[in-house]
Design a protein around this ligand. Structure first.
Ligand code: FE
Length: 297
């Protein structure tokens, strides 16, 4: 089935652009590049022109951008969305230029999260230069990393992401939290263990729980944690290793008051042998407070 192939970009709406620029360069190690209009800017972490578009907004995820290889695939996925009764809009030339893509479509996922599918990203000729010492980010065909969002109806969302967008189920994590039982569902669209995961909750103030970027070296993660400690960046969930994707990571707060997971060592999924799994804990070791935060954020 024609499918999205990677998490290509995220649009974020932020109240304090200045704080985000500082955070992106000093803590995450991303390049900040000027946008086409005032108040908008790009964050770069690899050969792509950008992986994040930052707009003035309400401190939340503004949109998710999924990549497909070509226009035929874009049309095939658009046709499936249409058949599923999802209202699809074509991106305008101006909007496509802002995203530095050849073409894209827009729609909402089952929980009304603005979602886009594009093809033809612009890759910058200029080498990516991390803004603090680090070896780099593991991206390429694996996409920018992953994100975890809230969904209103687990079954509906599973059907949408699997049968309409074409992602594949990786696994389920059933957590017992102080607030009760919670199920997280993980999906992949390339060898990265998950590009998106979600938990079912009633509507919350934010759409997003966190996004994750993966570093090329464990030392990058440790040095990033040192930077957080030196700069007083809160670490809501400290170092640990996840059960399902085997990522060694910690979670820091960003200026929009949701989390960024900074990780290393994630496993790869081979679709020819992968079987859906389930776990009853999110971590093999560490990640203190993970269950509490998953339940109440
Ligand atoms: Fe994560």
């Amino acid at each position: 089935m024609a499918s999205v192939t990677q998490l290509g970009y995220l649009g974020l709406g932020v109240k304090d652009g200045g704080a985000w620029k500082q955070f992106a360069t000093n803590v995450l190690g991303f390049e900040v590049n000027a946008g086409d209009d005032q108040g908008t800017f790009y964050l770069r972490m690899d050969e792509y022109h950008h992986r994040f578009l930052i707009h003035p907004g309400d401190d939340d995820l503004a949109y998710i951008g999924w990549e497909v290889p070509d226009s035929q695939t874009l049309q095939a996925v658009a046709a499936r969305l249409d058949k599923a009764g999802v209202r699809v809009t074509l991106g305008t030339r101006d909007e496509a230029d802002t995203r530095r893509v050849l073409d894209f479509i827009k729609f909402e996922d089952p929980s009304a999260i603005p979602t886009e599918i594009y093809y033809g990203p612009y890759l910058s000729e200029r080498l990516f230069q991390p803004t603090r010492p680090l070896t780099g980010f593991r991206t390429g065909p694996l996409g920018l990393g992953h994100l975890v969002v809230y969904q209103r109806d687990l079954e509906k969302s599973i059907a949408f992401y699997r049968d309409v967008l074409g992602l594949r189920l990786s696994d389920f994590v059933h957590l017992t939290t102080p607030q009760g039982k919670l199920t997280a569902v993980f999906f992949h669209c390339n060898p990265r263990h998950h590009s998106i995961a979600f938990v079912e909750t009633p509507p919350l103030p934010k759409r997003i729980n966190h996004f994750m970027v993966e570093l090329n070296a464990l030392d990058d993660v440790g040095l990033g944690r040192d930077v957080c400690l030196q700069r007083g960046v809160p670490i809501p969930i400290d170092l640990g290793k996840h059960t399902n994707d085997r990522m060694v990571s910690f979670y820091m707060s960003n200026p929009s008051d949701f989390m960024v997971e900074y990780g290393w060592g994630g496993r790869s999924v081979d679709d020819s042998t992968w079987q859906v799994q389930h776990w009853t804990s999110g971590s093999i070791w560490g990640h203190p407070g993970l269950n509490d935060i998953a339940a109440k954020s």
